[in-house]
Design a protein around this ligand. Structure first.
Ligand SMILES: [Fe+2]
Length: 286
């Protein structure tokens, strides 16, 4: 065998060796990345999904596929995934919605709702609200926003409206009758965990909603895009008045009056008692 030929075989062997080494290194690296993804806390996977799919303008809104993907992931969340412990009604200092005596009527407002910020950026807000029994987030809107709400534990009453479009407005008829706009009831139910994720959209699904805690409960919320007053996304509170309060200002089907309400803009309600707590769940690598 000539030296030249032998050199050729050696080169081929070296090339094959390098090729195999490179391939196994690549495979090892891929395995590591795959393992790292599999081992990521769920909240990190949730963050990555939001980061990759949501935009600061919220236009266009998330696609049905994106909504489905995010909802499916959120459906699997429980309190432990975000560092919470489920509170039982016995632990609660709140005193129930029903059968309140004078003392409890005072106490019911003493317990604040706790707000936990997980992540906030230009494209979305990821946060948790922890409610003591009977606490309320009064009726408020999410202009141009999509909101995912996953009840982590407990029971909560949700009432949600969407604006009737085109807008039907009645201007004030005296001091006690402010400017009101017609809305249609979209949601009016009690959710009990474990349950699927609720989603509201800019113009459907109950974009204006009110939460009342039936038992101690917690909700993981994702809002996209986030509230930004300077960009026209301000949180406004409302009071709902029965359709009959303002008579027949709008043409609606007979017998459907219960499905409609007139909403009047109000300031931040006094009964909204909220404080900020510290998120203690898995940290997010942003
Ligand atoms: Fe909300």
């Amino acid at each position: 065998m000539s030296l030249k030929f032998q050199n050729g075989i050696d080169k081929a062997r070296i090339f094959r060796f390098l090729q195999n080494t490179a391939l196994s290194t690549l495979c090892f690296h891929r395995r590591k990345v795959h393992m790292a993804r599999n081992n990521s806390p769920k909240v990190q996977v949730l963050y990555d999904l939001c980061k990759n799919n949501f935009t600061p303008s919220g236009t266009p809104p998330p696609s049905p596929q994106d909504v489905q993907k995010l909802s499916s992931l959120l459906d699997t969340f429980g309190p432990k995934d975000v560092g919470l412990k489920e509170e039982s009604p016995d632990d609660d200092q709140g005193l129930g919605i029903f059968g309140l005596n004078q003392q409890t009527r005072v106490d019911r407002w003493v317990q604040p709702i706790t707000y936990l910020d997980i992540h906030e950026c230009n494209s979305f807000t990821m946060c948790i609200f922890c409610f003591p029994t009977s606490s309320v987030i009064p009726l408020h809107d999410h202009p141009g926003m999509t909101v995912f709400s996953k009840l982590l534990y407990g029971s909560m009453h949700v009432k949600g409206y969407d604006w009737v479009e085109p807008a039907i407005i009645q201007d004030n008829k005296g001091l006690n009758y402010p400017r009101v706009r017609l809305a249609k009831l979209a949601v009016d139910k009690v959710l009990t965990a474990p349950c699927v994720t609720s989603v509201l959209h800019p113009k459907s699904g109950g974009n204006l909603h009110c939460f009342t805690a039936v038992t101690p409960c917690a909700v993981l919320d994702i809002l996209t895009p986030p509230y930004r007053e300077n960009l026209g996304r301000k949180c406004t509170y409302y009071k709902d008045h029965p359709y009959s309060t303002f008579g027949s200002g709008a043409q609606i089907d007979n017998g459907k009056e219960e499905e409609y309400a007139w909403l009047a803009e109000i300031g931040t309600p006094d009964e909204l008692y909220m404080h900020t707590g510290l998120y203690t769940g898995p940290a997010i690598q942003a």
